[in-house]
Design a protein around this ligand. Structure first.
Ligand SMILES: [Zn+2]
Length: 671
């Protein structure tokens, strides 16, 4: 608990020794003083002076443990971005015109990470606005940019991103499918938008935006936003202070413009630029891909059912509010399965495998259009409101378009995953809570299935209690009530108690939300196929491998469930026999391949090290990197640890910065 209570001597603020006065917490210190009862968050020197001048009675508190945004400051409602892409230097020269709801005097704290801020200007008078940074960066949270406003309602910030921006992955032509053109894309969740532009980088804040992008031809850009105009030539003067006209209007450059008129949290800000092909696959769905026409064809086939899914979602959760539902297939380094960027979902190419399970990732990202993008968790401590709801919604959509049996298998894989997270966090059960305390914790570091699967279980438990019909009515009302708002768990619970009177007497809500582990009334799914797979997996312990007729109609999901239910480590010879019969290590389905390779490494089968290495060099999806690197560092001898370090050294540049950080931390824990 990063909180200290007690009476502090005046003034504690200038004490240089943080350890003496408070507990270091993401570059800030939090004190609670008894007289008067005021909570003070001391972010950095500039705020220290400010508090000193204004005295103790001023209440300052962060809105979010992962943002420097101050609850006493106004929240920006719009940002107009001008961005010049410099592919040679892997940087963006930009300006951000932030608009506040009303004139503000005093400090305004914005999140930044690895940004170089050149100047801040009053867009009305053209006068400079004073700004400052603390002397040091917090490695996880970055550093707050403090503007000193005087009756101003807008600020134009001129900045440049760093090549090491944690949200951006810059791919050289050799790293792309085109081999001819570079590529760049964003991943802003959880706290990476601040490495692209200065912002109040908390999901508690929502804003609209417009963006003007200047790119070298023939590259094109796509954004999680509406296209505002056709690609055109640059115009002198339009870049303002973001970059010189000589640069902006240099030969071979083109401008693209986008607008997002629905207020979004910053983690949903997204673009990609490169050699991108596209094709319509439905009335409101176009597939875009970097990987050329072969990949585009495969993607168009895989996602042909998108419109059916949208309609299923609308029937369950209400109108689709975002207009377009486009899909962007990214290079294999994309660190997630999918990212629910509004109007344009970002996807890993590993979801394209020609069976039902790929579409399930799309169902998940689509479901976020209601739960996550319309109703957003206020901070990452309430992440289950995004992910638990979306996992529930995803399975409901899958049930409609692919049948109940598919949805049950999906739930079964999730159930196994949830149980495994309990082992992962056995020494730190805080992270098995639905609502954990994440003060000072990097959300990427503790990313897990808990908010997804425990959140799903909680909602499924409520559904079982009140019946599906009543629960469907409740969910629709919940979405209609809180759309375009950012809420916390308490708000959800209040709404639940008001709309389902007496629910707190039927379900132990406190245990579900605040308790560690898996509550006793969570449930493993039941179905004939699911039970058959689990019992076949149990028979493996007695040396039995499933017969060919038993697996004849298995697809990737059945195999995934089977392998996940095998013991963590088995006889090496058994692993080899299983693979000899079913060629799992060479599966084109990465879920199956990675689950098998993880088992092989844990069982000490060194003959699979080559396949592990090539897999870790082909894809950068964290769902695969995490288990494989973890299995290697937990290996029986030093050989596996050394292999992990060598592969990472060689593959590192091909991973997104977020994935680089995650692998680095896995290796560091076992060095
Ligand atoms: Zn999700």
């Amino acid at each position: 608990m990063l909180h200290r209570q007690g009476t502090l001597d005046w003034p504690p603020l200038f004490n240089k020794d943080r350890k003496m006065r408070g507990i270091h917490c993401a570059g800030a210190e939090r004190y609670t003083v008894r007289e008067p009862l005021t909570e003070v968050v001391v972010a950095h020197r500039i705020i220290e002076v400010d508090i000193h001048r204004r005295g103790w009675r001023r209440k300052m508190a962060r809105l979010d443990p992962h943002s420097y945004t101050d609850s006493s400051h106004p929240l920006a409602k719009h940002v107009a971005l001008t961005l010049y892409f410099d592919f040679a230097a892997n940087t963006i020269h930009g300006s951000a015109l932030l608009t506040l709801p009303s004139a503000h005097t005093g400090h305004l704290l914005l999140d930044t990470r690895s940004l170089l801020v050149h100047s801040v200007i009053d867009p009305v008078s053209g006068a400079p606005i004073p700004f400052s940074f603390p002397s040091s960066d917090d490695p996880v949270f970055g550093r707050p940019l403090s503007l000193s406003l005087s009756a101003q309602s807008a600020a134009l910030i001129v900045f440049c991103t760093s090549p090491s921006s944690s949200a951006l992955q810059w791919l050289s032509p050799a790293q792309t499918a085109s081999k001819a053109y570079p590529f760049v894309y964003t991943q802003c969740q959880s706290i990476h938008a601040r490495s692209i532009f200065p912002c109040q980088d908390t999901p508690a804040a929502r804003l609209t935006f417009s963006a003007r992008l200047n790119l070298p031809s023939p590259l094109t850009a796509v954004m999680a936003a509406a296209r505002a105009a056709d690609t055109r030539d640059p115009i002198a003067g339009e870049a303002g202070p973001a970059c010189s006209d000589a640069l902006w209007c240099s030969p071979g450059r083109a401008v693209e413009e986008f607008v997002m008129d629905r207020p979004i949290p910053t983690y949903l800000f997204a673009f990609a630029a490169g050699c991108i092909a596209s094709r319509d696959v439905g009335p409101r769905t176009r597939v875009h891909a970097e990987g050329g026409l072969v990949l585009l064809d495969a993607a168009a086939r895989e996602f042909a059912g998108a419109e059916d899914m949208i309609r299923a979602g609308e029937a369950l959760f209400g109108p689709y509010e975002w207009g377009r539902f486009d899909l962007l297939v990214l290079p294999p380094s994309f660190p997630y399965g999918g990212m629910e960027n509004p109007m344009m979902v970002f996807l890993t190419p590993t979801v394209i495998k020609g069976d039902a399970s790929g579409a399930q990732v799309v169902a998940h990202e689509l479901a976020h259009s209601w739960t996550g993008n319309l109703i957003t968790n206020k901070t990452n401590e309430h992440f289950w409101l995004n992910e638990g709801f979306t996992t529930y919604a995803e399975r409901r959509i899958v049930e409609v378009v692919q049948g109940e049996e598919r949805a049950v298998l999906n739930t079964g894989i999730g159930w196994k995953g949830l149980n495994e997270e309990m082992e992962r966090f056995a020494d730190n059960m805080e992270f098995t809570k639905l609502k954990p305390n994440l003060e000072g914790i990097d959300p990427d570091e503790v990313y897990s299935q808990v908010p997804y699967e425990k959140g799903f279980q909680f909602l499924w438990r409520i559904e079982r209690q009140i019946g599906r019909l009543a629960f469907d009515v409740f969910v629709k009302k919940y979405i209609a009530t809180f759309k375009f708002q950012s809420i916390d768990t308490e708000t959800f619970l209040e709404f639940l108690k008001v709309n389902v009177p007496g629910i707190e007497n039927q379900i132990d809500l406190k245990l579900w939300v605040e308790g560690t582990g898996i509550p006793p009334d969570a449930m493993e799914p039941v179905s004939t196929i699911y039970s058959k797979i689990v019992s076949l997996a149990n028979e493996f312990k007695q040396g039995k491998i499933p017969k060919e007729e038993e697996v004849a109609d298995w697809s990737g999901q059945e195999w995934e469930l089977y392998i996940e239910n095998l013991p963590k480590s088995v006889e090496a010879s058994q692993v080899a026999s299983l693979d000899a019969r079913y060629q799992l290590a060479e599966s084109r389905d990465y879920e199956v391949k990675v689950a098998f390779l993880q088992l092989a490494v844990s069982s000490g089968c060194k003959e699979y090290h080559g396949e592990v290495e090539s897999t870790l060099k082909q894809v950068g999806r964290m769902k695969y990197l995490r288990p494989l690197y973890t299995a290697l560092v937990h290996g029986t001898g030093d050989e596996e640890k050394m292999l992990a370090r060598r592969i990472f050294a060689e593959a590192r540049d091909s991973y997104h910065p977020i994935a680089q950080g995650v692998v680095q931390s896995i290796l560091a824990k076992h060095s």
